[in-house]
Design a protein around this ligand. Structure first.
Ligand code: AMP
Ligand code: MG
Length: 493
């Protein structure tokens, strides 16, 4: 694989590594090396993503691919490191870092984008603390499925290029197969990365990190007069937009700690997370989240809490006078609720086929939510039913509450005077028919883990790739589980 290169830094597969992060100050990372894997085997490869990245894996043997995606044969030009970061986990501050992830560097795609290539589960690093640095097959395939589903839903997210098993055993509650996920991200710079540098009290390094991040993710701000304040505002804007997108498809991030919030605005770290079935604003998807800190209804406010932690790190850069810096950063932070509300309400209007804005729209949406909550209606299917040319006949739609809402909604739509067929077609483009429901995800993971059968997973992925098409294949994936309400993913991810 590492044959002679015609172009420096480019090998036969097409890797074009630059290692911009590892040129940053030494304290930002530690060198790392993937652990030896006894018997690497490729579990799944994302060929379409490989194509988009300009990687040609066609001539690569299965053995060579397994060796590559298990970290045994590192790509030319890569420079493996573990990134340092800190984070507020469930509200408490901790110094962390990549304890089980290794960044190979940044690859330049044919479209000119610089993307992180990271191995998750490749063994211990300088930041592993008591952990083994490994990951199990189930959770890595779970991240693969959910992240690719989010991408197909057009929601900013890290991507999954491959999962390889290592042939090693990892010990959790039971013995599990070790696996490595190759994650592709705009970057892995988190709120927690800023917290780490700020906690060390080194203002010069903080500026280096901020400038690097602005240059990488918000280059349009590089010359702005108060670029650090504008940077804060821009990150806030992307997060407001992102969390609104999550809420609009019923996605719940199980662990919205500050180390799991990416400055790029991508969704990152699919551990305990899920899409809800029956609408319930209290839904929580992490078994260790007893207080419901990261419940569906709390996620917008938690994002603001995390952004406050981010803003605090930028204070010394915003103004030399601390009081003044705090005052202006607080003002910008205060813009978040209205900004989120605007993204969310615009999204809800689109989900309900409304193009104009009327003062009572919020009421209309909230009364639908109240009805869904009371009647335990499935979130995804309700919006999809409303998007059908004719509302399907179901018991729940016979209730007087629903009828009353439906009449109001129809009047609201009639004031826009657009042909119903057009309105409904538009709604079907924003209301997915298929989401990765947990019982289907679990079924796919069980087949893969217990029977080495990836066919269930591939069938699921195929349907999730076009979530707004309700073809015959999609039908079995649209049904909610028969018994719902108790699903938790476990944090031993
Ligand atoms: P996460 O819950 O995946 O966001 O991880 C939180 C922190 O725990 C990060 O610093 C991870 O690198 C670390 N971590 C999670 N699992 C392991 C593991 N098996 N070995 C070492 N560190 C881990
Ligand atoms: Mg994390």
């Amino acid at each position: 694989m590492n044959a002679d290169n015609e172009h420096p830094g480019q090998d036969q597969i097409g890797w074009r590594f630059d290692n911009t992060y590892s040129r940053l100050p030494d304290s930002f990372f530690s060198p790392a090396k993937p652990a030896t894997a006894k018997a690497p085997r490729l579990s799944i490869l994302n060929r379409r993503l490989a194509d988009d990245l300009g990687l040609d894996l066609n001539g690569v043997s299965p053995e060579a691919a397994a060796s590559l995606f298990s970290g045994q044969d590192l790509p030319n030009g890569s420079n493996p490191i573990a990134q340092a970061y800190a984070g507020h986990q469930f509200g408490g501050f901790t110094m962390l870092g990549d304890g089980r992830a290794i960044l190979l560097g940044e690859h330049r795609s044919p479209a000119g984008h610089l993307v992180d290539i990271q191995f998750k589960g490749a063994g211990r690093t300088a930041y592993s603390r008591g952990g083994d640095g490994f990951a199990a097959l189930g959770p890595m395939l779970r991240e693969y499925i959910i992240s690719e589903a989010m991408f197909a839903l057009d929601i900013p997210t890290t991507r999954s290029l491959a999962v390889a098993t290592t042939g090693e055993t990892v010990y959790r509650q039971t013995r599990l197969q070790g696996a490595i996920l190759t994650r592709v991200a705009a970057s892995h710079i988190r709120v927690g990365t800023f917290e780490y540098v700020a906690a060390r009290g080194d203002e010069a390094n903080l500026r280096v990190l901020a400038d690097y991040t602005i240059n990488r993710h918000y280059p349009e701000l590089a010359d702005s007069p108060n670029r650090y304040l504008e940077f804060f505002r821009a990150v806030l804007d992307r997060q407001a937009a992102l969390i609104a997108r999550w809420q609009l498809v019923g996605f719940i991030h199980g662990v919205m700690n500050t180390d799991n919030m990416a400055i790029s605005g991508e969704t990152i770290d699919y551990g305990p997370c899920a899409f809800m079935n029956a609408y319930s604003a209290d839904t929580v998807f992490s078994s260790i989240d007893h207080a419901g800190r990261y419940a569906y209804r709390n996620q917008p406010a938690i994002a603001q809490w995390n952004l406050a932690r981010f803003g605090e790190t930028l204070i010394p850069l915003i103004d030399p006078e601390q009081e003044k810096a705090i005052a202006i950063a607080t003002e910008v932070l205060g813009e978040y609720p209205a900004l989120f509300q605007e993204y969310w309400l615009d999204g809800m209007r689109a989900k309900l086929g409304m193009q104009s804005a009327e003062p009572d729209d919020l009421d209309l949406v909230q009364s639908l939510q109240a009805w869904m909550e009371k009647s335990k209606a499935d979130f995804t299917n309700t919006f999809r039913d409303l998007s059908a040319d004719e509302l399907p006949v179901r018991d729940q739609y016979a209730s007087p509450d629903f009828q009353e809402w439906n009449t109001k909604w129809k009047h609201r739509l009639s004031r826009e005077s657009r042909p119903t067929l057009l309105v409904k077609a538009g709604m079907r483009r924003v209301n997915p028919a298929v989401i990765p429901r947990n019982h289907r995800v679990e079924e796919a993971l069980a087949a893969a883990e217990d029977h080495d059968d990836l066919s269930v997973l591939h069938r699921l992925l195929k349907v999730l790739a076009t979530p707004n098409e309700a073809g015959a294949d999609a039908e079995m994936y649209q049904a909610p589980p028969s018994e719902d309400g108790s699903y938790r993913t476990f944090c031993g991810t």
